[in-house]
Design a protein around this ligand. Structure first.
Ligand code: GLP
Length: 234
């Protein structure tokens, strides 16, 4: 695991931008994309850039709230269009369909997409409880795309985007940890002191299902970009 710490999240996002630029310059690539507040600065840099063109690239998104349609303002599909796809479209973007009631069909279909389009660069944020995607503590390291129950701490953390906690979906579709680990390279961003404990456990803690991000210790090409707050316990 390579770890780089920057004074600000703006500088760390600039370094992440360079990773995206390099893959575009190398011919396009398949990007695994993430949502949450963490990648927003990176997406701003990408949409403002004149050198970024994703028309030869594909994207696969990590997760989606179960039950939310693509046009729901809190769906991750909507988020991706708002923050990235509307301005910088990909040749094709694959997203989980939160409205598909047939979980088996949805998750099997998505795993086939991941197998057919191996991810070159998987972008990740980090939950305060160490989750990646929506792989909550207890997720198996070899887990594949599936339905997950969100923990009370994740529901509380994500409540700020909804009118009330009651409106936060209780389940999500998420790529599994095993699906994430199949990416050739993983780029994890974490900003702010509230992530410092999860960053510490991810880097120095034991490899345990209790901290999903500790699974990244088993991957041989992981780049972690932090600001000083997130790195404050290292
Ligand atoms: C959410 C998402 C994750 C994200 C994490 C951190 O629950 N499913 O993909 O990395 O929480 O969010 P934020 O970047 O807003 O701190």
């Amino acid at each position: 695991m390579e770890i780089k710490t920057f004074k600000t999240k703006a500088e760390a996002s600039q370094a992440a931008f360079q990773e995206f630029q390099a893959l575009v310059d190398a011919g396009g690539g398949v990007f695994g994309l993430a949502t949450g507040s963490t990648p927003i600065l990176l997406y701003d840099l990408l949409t403002a850039s004149e050198t970024i063109d994703f028309s030869q690239s594909e994207s696969i998104n990590l997760d989606e709230y179960r039950g939310l349609a693509a046009d729901h303002p809190q769906s991750y599909n909507y988020f991706m269009h708002e923050h990235l796809f509307n301005k910088k479209p990909f040749r094709h973007s694959y997203l989980l369909d939160g409205t598909n009631q047939d979980a088996e069909a949805e998750t099997e279909h998505f795993e086939t997409i991941i197998q057919d389009h191996p991810i070159d660069l998987q972008l990740l944020g980090l939950g305060t409880n160490g989750h990646i995607g929506f792989n909550e503590p207890g997720s198996a390291f070899d887990s594949k795309t599936r339905v997950v129950d969100l923990t009370p701490s994740t529901i509380a953390a994500n409540q700020r985007f909804f009118a009330s906690a009651d409106e936060v979906p209780r389940q999500a579709y998420s790529m599994g940890i095993g699906s994430i680990l199949s990416a050739k390279k993983i780029l994890l961003l974490a900003f702010g002191e509230k992530k410092a404990d999860a960053v510490y456990e991810m880097v120095y803690g034991p490899q345990t299902e209790a901290v999903p991000a500790s699974a990244l210790q088993t991957h041989d090409n992981v780049l972690v970009l932090l600001d000083e707050g997130a790195a404050s316990r290292l």
